[in-house]
Design a protein around this ligand. Sequence first.
Ligand SMILES: [Zn+2]
Ligand SMILES: [Zn+2]
Length: 101
Amino acid sequence: MSFTDKTIQCSDCGTDFSFTAGEQEFFQSKGYTNEPKRCPPCRQARKSERNGNGGNSYGAPRQMFSAICADCGRDTEVPFEPTNGRPVYCSDCYSKVRLSR
Ligand SMILES: [Zn+2]
Ligand SMILES: [Zn+2]
């Protein structure tokens, strides 16, 4: 079985991308029968979109909350909702706090 590079037009952005022989072999070894429909950047974008909006697949949506660092008082952003009484640190102070423990 031999494969040759194929040019496929991305169904999302219309860019031509190559579905290389190596990738075709990989697809076949995985049992995939469908050719990719999207160029790699669009595939990536779709993936992260799904992870961001689905919410229940895995990981939290990457929403950032603004907070004030409990140590240096700078404005910072944290990937979780700051709760009352729980100190929030900017990334600089967070690593310091972690190291000092
Ligand atoms: Zn594309
Ligand atoms: Zn800080």
